[in-house]
Design a protein around this ligand. Structure first.
Ligand code: ADP
Ligand code: MG
Length: 398
């Protein structure tokens, strides 16, 4: 037998049980360590411990509370198996602890003494395999987390790339105007005429300044959560798409009232950029994009609601189950298929919820709604995450 996971810790303070169990397990190829008391158990390297083997006598009152804090202090993935050798109903002193252990901890095997060797070995084997499985699951979750992290960064880069292109485009227009105006100034014969051209040139410069300021402000938005006016975030996200909206003949209708939400401004901006980008993609032949931010209440709590509604193609029923999956896109090489996956991730990380309604037949359209808590989660009136109650979003696309 090859053993990859750690040893069993044995606490059998009275008699020869401790030694006997150690030699039996050792002979079967298991790693063992005998300890004088439960409080000597050290699970700092939890993955190096396969399980605990305790006898009744280890479970004094102090022993039980030490065990409780050890077990509750385990990492999330860990469910350390405990094998408890009891004197069963013969010794009433320990009976309450045995039943509390069984009720309070999830992986407990009770074995009545005297224990047959085969019974003990089979319990140890089950405990060992269960521990091995826990470690495998932990490793798989780690791998998944790392690959999710890579995807998040990929989408961030893709968004950054798109934003850079939009920005260049936004700046290019006033630059071109500036160029023309300076040419006109140079060739003006009258001072008044030159002054009026240079006044227009200053306005174009101010526009460039505004775009640069906005981008820098967005870029510096802190990623840790704080109270933010989400209508401002939505407005600044929208500004980045102005040229695209005009080029596509999309009418924009923004109803953005001051709406406070406890969230990470930088992450929210990315979520909104994703949703606005999708809405624009869905309206290649024009339409209306509506952005709303308002505070809503239900169950006596207040939430910030931001809706992004388009009159685009709508989302066909058959693709809805895949919408939030990684890499799902209907845009071929133009899409990354990460936008909605990431948006949902961001919203959930900010303790919010993302909903959508869509109609794929005329009058078609889609509305995405983000709900965020209005206050920090620590304040009692903002508690009770949005998971508990799902707010209803009315279909708004005309
Ligand atoms: P991508 O935009 O790169 O395709 P997303 O995850 O952002 O990836 O979106 C996944 C798919 O969801 C899109 O390819 C599109 O088919 C659909 N979709 C998302 N938003 C809308 C919308 N507002 N209207 C219609 N379809 C949408
Ligand atoms: Mg997208």
């Amino acid at each position: 037998m090859t053993l990859q996971v750690g040893r069993f810790l044995i606490v059998a303070p009275i008699g020869r049980d401790g030694n006997l169990i150690c030699s039996l397990l050792h002979a079967c190829g298991y790693g063992v360590e005998s300890l004088p008391a439960i409080k000597a158990i050290d699970l700092t390297e939890s993955s190096l411990v396969s399980g605990l083997i305790l006898t009744d006598e280890a479970l004094s009152r102090e022993g039980f509370s030490a065990l409780r804090s050890i077990i509750h202090g385990q990492p999330e993935w860990s469910d350390l198996p405990i094998i408890l050798l009891t004197n069963g109903p013969i010794d009433h002193r320990f009976a309450p602890f045995a039943s509390r252990i069984r009720l309070e901890f999830r992986s407990v095997f009770l074995l009545d003494r005297p224990v047959r060797k085969e019974m003990l070995i089979s319990a140890v084997q089950v405990a060992y395999n269960s521990r091995l499985r826990q470690l495998e699951v932990r490793d798989a979750a780690d791998r998944q987390f790392r690959s999710d992290e890579t995807l998040r960064n990929t989408e961030k880069l893709a968004t950054a790339g798109k934003l850079a292109a939009t920005l260049a485009h936004e700046i290019n227009n006033p630059l071109e105007a500036l160029h023309n105006l300076l040419f006109l100034v140079e060739n003006s014969s009258a001072l008044d005429e030159a002054k009026s051209f240079s006044k227009m040139a200053v306005q174009e410069l101010e526009r460039i300044q505004e775009i640069v300021d906005l981008t820098l402000r967005l870029h510096r938005a802190p990623s840790s959560p704080s109270l933010n006016d989400v209508s401002e975030i939505a407005d600044s996200a929208l500004t980045l798409f102005r040229i695209r909206l005009r080029a596509r003949q999309i009418v924009e209708s923004a109803d953005l009232n001051r709406t406070m939400a406890y969230c990470s401004a930088g992450e929210m901006r990315q979520a909104l950029v994703n949703l606005i980008g999708n809405a624009i993609d869905a309206m290649p032949d024009g339409g209306t994009l509506r952005l709303r931010a308002s505070t809503v209440s239900f169950d006596g709590r207040s939430y910030a609601r931001i809706t992004i509604a388009d009159t685009g193609s709508g989302i066909p029923l058959e693709i809805r189950p895949n919408l939030f999956s990684q890499f799902f896109t209907t845009k071929g090489s133009r899409g990354t298929g990460l936008g909605l996956w990431l948006t949902q991730d961001i919203v959930q990380r900010n303790h919010g919820r993302l909903h959508f309604r869509s109609r794929a037949v005329p009058p078609s359209g889609t509305v995405f709604a983000i709900y965020l808590p209005s206050r920090p989660p620590a304040e009692p009136s903002a508690r009770g995450d949005l998971d508990a109650k799902q707010p209803q979003v009315k279909f708004q696309a005309a």
